[in-house]
Design a protein. Structure first.
Length: 230
């Protein structure tokens, strides 16, 4: 556990919730926050736990999930750097509505709810700035959901792989950050549909070996996303 450094605060400022704040306002709101490193996979919180803090992902990944009646995980959302999460829980019901797992190698900012809410109460204008940030984030999510629903399983997977390859910085190469079961849940398809989608994408220049992905024809894959053509 460690206090936020100046460099850490620079990263936190990129989170959509906080991006509209001036630097002095951000420093004020995040005063009292600390960083926790997770060398191993760990359950961060369980459904029904008191929502006494919210988080910002600096490195790594966290997954919000529900448990099915059979005890299986159903991934609801995955957060990468730099995203905040669980802020809605501290502003509403006061309990976490889902479970959260932290990936090995992650670093998270923990911001205690009591101090954060007290500062918002003292300076209501800051709350309006945060609401603006949340509104922009919600608009992006609505757009993503609409896009997701309009695409076939192969197009959904292709969209994910193109974004992954762009983020990796290695044109045409990437490593899946999620297991295939979790990836299927993440893009809203059944695991068996993911296997079929991977097979179909071979015709569009995609080869997978375990979690390693190679895209030999980026433009063909982009055409699939834009135009379909399965």
């Amino acid at each position: 556990m460690a206090a936020l450094s100046v460099a850490d605060l620079d990263i936190v400022a990129k989170a959509p919730l906080l991006a509209g704040l001036a630097r002095p306002e951000l420093a004020l709101l995040m005063d009292g926050a600390h960083i926790v490193a997770y060398p191993e996979i760990e359950l961060l919180f369980s459904q029904g736990d008191p929502a006494d803090r919210f988080f910002v992902v600096l490195e790594g990944r966290v997954s919000l999930f529900a448990l099915t009646e059979a005890g299986d995980q159903s991934i609801i959302e995955v957060f990468d750097p730099v995203c905040s999460f669980a802020e809605a829980a501290i502003l509403s019901g006061g309990v976490f509505p889902l479970n959260c797992e932290v990936a090995a190698g992650s670093r998270l900012v923990h911001m205690p709810a009591a101090a954060f809410l007290k500062r918002l109460s003292d300076r209501p204008a800051l709350g309006l700035t945060l609401l603006s940030g949340l509104a922009l984030w919600q608009t992006r999510l609505i757009h993503e959901i609409a896009e997701l629903k309009s695409k076939s399983p192969a197009q959904r997977l292709a969209t994910f792989l193109l974004a992954l390859a762009a983020k990796s910085g290695q044109t045409g190469r990437a490593r899946l950050p999620l297991t295939k079961a979790v990836l299927a849940s993440r893009i809203g398809i059944a695991p068996e549909s993911l296997s079929r989608a991977l097979n179909r994408l071979r015709a569009w220049g995609v080869e997978t070996r375990g979690r390693e992905v190679e895209i030999t024809d980026i433009e063909a894959l982009r055409r699939l996303v834009r135009e379909g053509g399965e």
